[in-house]
Write a protein that binds this ligand. Structure first.
Ligand code: SF4
Ligand code: SF4
Length: 251
């Protein structure tokens, strides 16, 4: 089948034929020429997989910079090799972090879009299929629905964490459009991506911010990564609102 670059909307219960694995001639080719963004949840899963603290993982495997549209920190995997620009986790046998690979690696060849209702503020998801000439997965006849793909690829916790991150981005855009001050950007980077440093900063303390968000730092933050990430997202939204109210008072 001759494939051209395109994107096609696909319904949640619609079926598409796609099968990837060592049997395809393009095996691993999508893990090269890398432009792999990581969400806070991706960073957490990969760091835990590699038994690293998040700070060491970020330093070793990632680069980060302010997002051009939001000013929020953007984190991406550091590619290896000038020519190949391959993912640091790919080998000839495949992905070495497969059980904890990033959400976008799981999602491909699908992409998930979110839109927000102006009336209710509720988020609605939709999906598109990405067709790229180098990807031979569509040559396979095996089919599944989007619903099945999302479940089989273990995407539900990734999607939930991404939805929480969308809320943070939305608060940022409403409260503080434009670039962020360096100090605030660093605080947000630590809270959202360097969760072990964030945990360390909060463990055993009763910060005013925690009380305001209504969380018990002693019990929640010490050993529950998911609860910590959830708290970090709320904390990020809170400090953005706080910075916005300080800004408007000084104007
Ligand atoms: S994390 Fe795994 S699947 Fe994703 S680009 Fe790297 S090697 Fe490929
Ligand atoms: S290019 Fe497509 S079929 Fe080939 S390894 Fe990547 S996802 Fe699988």
């Amino acid at each position: 089948m001759k494939i051209q670059n395109s994107m096609q909307p696909v319904g949640f219960d619609e079926t598409f034929g796609f099968l990837c694995g060592p049997h395809v001639e393009c095996f691993n080719s999508c893990c090269r020429d890398l432009n792999q963004f990581l969400t806070p949840y991706d960073v957490l899963r990969l760091a835990r997989h590699l038994e690293m603290v998040t700070g060491d993982f970020l330093q070793t495997y990632t680069m980060h910079y302010p997002g051009p549209e939001t000013g929020l920190p953007v984190v991406s995997l550091k590619p290896e090799g000038q020519r190949d620009k391959k993912c640091p986790f790919v080998t000839s046998e495949g992905c070495t972090v497969y059980e904890n690979r990033p959400g976008s690696c799981r999602m491909y060849p699908l992409a998930r879009m979110l839109s927000r209702s102006r009336q209710t503020g509720a988020l609605t998801e939709s999906y598109v299929l990405i067709y790229e000439p180098h990807c031979r997965g569509f040559d396979q006849s095996e089919g599944q629905s989007v619903r099945q793909w999302v479940a089989d690829q273990g995407l539900n916790p990734y999607n939930e964490a991404n939805d929480a991150m969308i809320e943070v981005i939305s608060v940022k855009q409403q409260a503080l459009p434009g670039p962020l001050k360096e100090e605030l950007a660093q605080k947000l980077f630590k809270a959202l991506y360097d969760l072990d440093a964030f945990r360390h900063a909060f463990a055993g303390t009763v910060e005013p911010d925690c009380r305001k968000i209504g969380l018990d730092t002693d019990s929640l933050l010490l050993d529950d990564d998911s609860a910590l990430l959830c708290f970090a997202m709320k904390y990020a939204a809170e400090i953005l609102q706080h910075a916005s109210s300080l800004d408007s008072r000084t104007k």
